[in-house]
Design a protein around this ligand. Structure first.
Ligand code: NAD
Ligand code: LMR
Length: 332
């Protein structure tokens, strides 16, 4: 029997991530090849015509899984009945801008959209915030939608996770699908800590630690980390636009693993409401290694954190605490 359609909201759908993301969702990349979807696309009035153009293209693509499209500039209509909300709408960082510069523009958007989601989304709606500052926008959304369970509000650090997998795959000249269990700790910013201390590579004989195969601590503790931390800025410099296809693909990976589960023995990175695990600050949205089962994420516990890593976890945690204060000062 055919499954009931799932309603997926994409805010900022007329933007560049939206344009890459909606066809992926309509093709089943996010929720599976047997899962029909109804797309809800939200943007602001100046983008209404472009949004309608995206809707026309979705119709023209004749996606078999796509059972309906709501394209609107009305936030209530956009949020009504949605099971999944991918929040991409906002003001993107331009070349030369720090993430803090976009903070005040974006946190007020997330405060107002929090209420619309709280009042009109389907019960148990899962929320993924992509728009920057992603962790702090997600926190503001959580704070101003108190009836949505905190565990349902997450932010995207899967792009950073995938970037780390990509760098290791290139360095070792192995398939990216054979690399697993990297971790992104903390903020989706240049203070994030991409950690490969627990990562492995599948080889014909066994799974081997990345650190043993790379045999280059200077690269692992230096260039690897900064390349992943600065990748967003490098893409902005190259394209004069921020990453879009990789961000859209990572958003699909994030929701797919959250809803359908992570493979046995594999974890992924998600920005989730911190309970203080690994002595990260509690009460911020912090990226942790998580496994997912039955639609719920769980932070992987018990990993050994060495002194080098400890400092990096603390640094990115301190930035998130400061961002939280700054966000509240922008809202007051
Ligand atoms: P974009 O400017 O192309 O698109 C943003 C869209 O949001 C625009 O169409 C705009 O009209 C719309 N918008 C603005 N205010 C809105 C509101 N109040 N409600 C609904 N829509 C609204 O930007 P983009 O390149 O698609 O990037 C979107 C966001 O994602 C940016 O904040 C960017 O920094 C962020 N981003 C995050 C990651 C990540 O890994 N977390 C990666 C890449 C980009
Ligand atoms: C990215 O990581 O590509 C984006 O978050 C762009 C940015 O603003 O850094």
């Amino acid at each position: 029997m055919a499954k009931e359609p799932v309603r997926v909201l994409v805010s900022g759908a007329a933007g560049q991530i939206g344009y890459a993301l909606v066809p992926m969702i309509a093709r089943g990349v996010m929720l599976g090849a047997d899962q029909p979807v109804i797309l809800h696309m939200l943007d602001i009035p100046p983008a209404a015509e472009a949004l309608n153009g995206v809707k026309m293209e979705l119709v023209d693509a004749a996606f078999p899984l796509l059972k309906g499209v709501v394209a609107t500039t009305d936030v209530v209509e956009a949020c009504t009945g949605v099971n999944i909300a991918v929040m991409v709408g906002g003001f993107p960082r331009k070349e030369g801008m720090e993430r803090k510069d976009v903070m005040s523009k974006n946190v007020s958007i997330y405060k107002s959209q929090a209420s619309a989601l709280e009042q009109h989304a389907a019960p148990n709606c899962k929320v993924l915030v992509v728009a920057n500052p992603a962790n702090t926008n997600a926190l503001i959304l959580k704070e101003f939608a108190p009836s949505i369970p905190a565990k349902n509000i997450t932010c995207l650090t899967r792009l950073d996770h995938n970037r780390a997998l990509g760098q290791i795959s290139e360095k070792l000249n192995v398939q990216v699908s054979d690399v697993k269990n990297v971790i992104i700790w903390g903020n989706h910013s240049s203070t994030q800590y991409p950690d490969v201390n627990h990562a492995t590579v599948k080889t014909p004989s066994a799974e081997k630690p990345v650190c043993e195969l790379v045999k280059d601590d200077a690269w692992l503790n230096g260039e690897f980390i900064t390349t992943v931390q600065q990748r967003g800025a490098a893409i902005i410099k190259a394209r004069k636009l921020s990453s879009a296809l990789s961000a859209a693909s990572a958003a699909c990976d994030h929701i797919r693993d959250w809803v359908l589960g992570t493979p046995e023995g594999t974890w992924v990175s998600m920005g989730v409401y911190s309970d203080g695990s690994y002595n990260a600050p509690a009460g911020v949205i912090y990226s942790f290694p998580v496994t997912c089962r039955n639609g719920e994420w769980t932070i992987v516990q018990g990993l050994v954190i060495d002194e080098f890593s400890r400092k990096k976890l603390d640094l990115t945690g301190a930035e998130l605490t400061k961002e939280k204060e700054l966000a509240y000062s922008c809202l007051s």
